[in-house]
Ligand binder design. Structure first.
Ligand code: ATP
Length: 136
């Protein structure tokens, strides 16, 4: 479709989203980036973060854990360990994950700090996206 980007988000659990959008913004490991139709091709690794999709006057938020983005002029493919559309986020589960991670981080010597920090980050961003959903 002219002046649109096809966005595919794929995880080991399957296709999370495949739709035409006007703009995509994501958090790469080298910083945030935005993609409009016609963007030069590039590949980047992604950090745990939120994808922001613009469709006309609509903005949608999608949780993406670490993975890759492959950008071409008419397509963005996201390959992520896990991803959820805003409405697919279970807030109670994210809050429980956040609590577990915070408890682990308090016992700093016994635990895998990097793993617990990443779990905390995933839970925090899931909750942030779910809060945007409530605010709409
Ligand atoms: P948890 O400890 O609750 O499993 P996690 O951050 O370790 O959280 P992930 O490894 O990112 O979970 O994801 C494992 C699977 O569970 C993925 O399919 C992911 O989409 C799903 N998932 C995890 N947390 C949530 C959530 N709060 N709402 C919806 N799906 C979730």
């Amino acid at each position: 479709m002219e002046n649109k980007l096809r966005l595919d988000i794929v995880t080991p659990h399957g296709l999370v989203l495949s739709e035409d959008v006007d703009e995509v913004a994501a958090t790469g490991t080298d910083g945030e980036f935005g993609v409009l139709p016609g963007h030069v091709p590039f590949i980047t690794t992604l950090k745990i973060g939120m994808l922001v999709l613009k469709k006309g006057s609509d903005t949608e938020y999608v949780f993406v854990s670490s993975g890759y983005a492959e950008v071409s002029p008419d397509k963005v493919v996201i390959l992520a360990d896990s991803a959820e559309k805003s409405e697919g986020i279970d807030v109670e589960r994210a809050k429980a994950a956040m609590k577990r991670a915070e408890e682990r981080l308090k016992k700093a010597e016994e635990i895998d700090f990097v793993r617990a920090t990443a779990a905390l980050e995933r839970a925090t961003i899931r909750i942030q996206i779910a809060e945007k959903r409530v605010a709409r």
